[in-house]
Write a protein that binds this ligand. Structure first.
Ligand code: FE2
Ligand code: FE2
Length: 263
């Protein structure tokens, strides 16, 4: 099931609630930025493309969309990408050289409808400017988030995601321990490379992120968060390099899960 909610006037979020056995709930979020040139940020999961499209139609006319900001090419972000391009010939995809390359191995993007924006560059639309940023944590080297100057919102892609016992409507509703634990576990899984990273390098990245000073932090895998939570969330990410690496379930665990399912 895909639900919709208004984050602030002019920004809607579409969310699938994924229950990962033994680990908790993870949202998959996409966002609609309404305005003169409506933007869709990511396009839901491949597995839930039909539900996502139905939900999307309740918040925006697909024919009105002008841009898709593709944060990266993982399966939970590209579900409707080509269907929307087929439905709306005026829609263009914001991605990078390597985003195009990876999509070329699955379903090539039409090159005349691609717009490259690299970290540090700004795409100026009619009523907002989107500045590309590289989030401090990511699972795919293609990842490019952005800052929207109109809402002062930081779109952080997979960064700041959290595995949680249940999904809140707002990340602000979470307790400190619950949020930190959920973000560290997610960071250990999604950005496992951080265990090999120099904590000082991570800290410098996080300082740059804090300096953005957004009013909103909008992650693909966390409920909308107020900017006042950014410091806490950065502190959680800073502990990922020293956190225990995630130990995935082994075959015995799978046998036990299947046995329990069969009853
Ligand atoms: Fe990802
Ligand atoms: Fe993701």
């Amino acid at each position: 099931m895909v639900t919709t909610a208004t984050v602030v006037p002019g920004i809607d979020v579409l969310t699938s609630d994924i229950d990962i056995p033994g680990l908790g709930h993870l949202p998959i979020n996409a966002y609609v930025l309404h305005g003169a040139d409506p933007v869709l940020v990511d396009t839901g999961s491949i597995a839930q493309a039909d539900e996502f499209l139905a939900a999307l139609r309740t918040v925006v006319d697909v024919g009105d969309l002008r841009w898709i900001w593709l944060t990266h090419t993982d399966f939970d972000h590209i579900g409707l990408l080509h269907r929307l391009l087929a439905e709306n010939p005026d829609l263009r995809v914001i991605t990078t050289f390597f985003g195009v390359g990876i999509m070329g191995l699955f379903e090539p993007l039409p090159m005349d409808r691609v717009n490259f924006v690299n970290p540090g560059e700004t795409l100026t639309l009619t009523d907002r400017a989107l500045t590309a940023v590289k989030p401090p944590a990511f699972d795919n080297p293609i990842t490019v988030g952005f800052h929207d100057d109109r809402a002062n919102a930081l779109f952080s892609a997979d960064c700041f995601g959290a595995l949680l016992p249940a999904l809140p409507e707002r990340a602000d509703d979470l307790g400190d321990d619950e949020l930190r634990s959920g973000q560290v576990t997610w960071g250990s899984i999604d950005s496992a490379w951080m265990h090999k990273a120099d904590p000082a390098v991570i800290a410098a990245d996080l300082a740059r992120t804090r300096a953005v000073d957004p009013a909103l932090v909008l992650s693909a895998h966390l409920a909308p968060a107020s900017g006042s939570m950014l410091d806490r969330m950065c502190n959680a990410i800073a502990t990922v390099p020293s956190a225990p690496p995630f130990a995935a379930p082994d075959q015995a665990a799978l046998d036990a899960m299947l046995g329990a399912a069969i009853g």
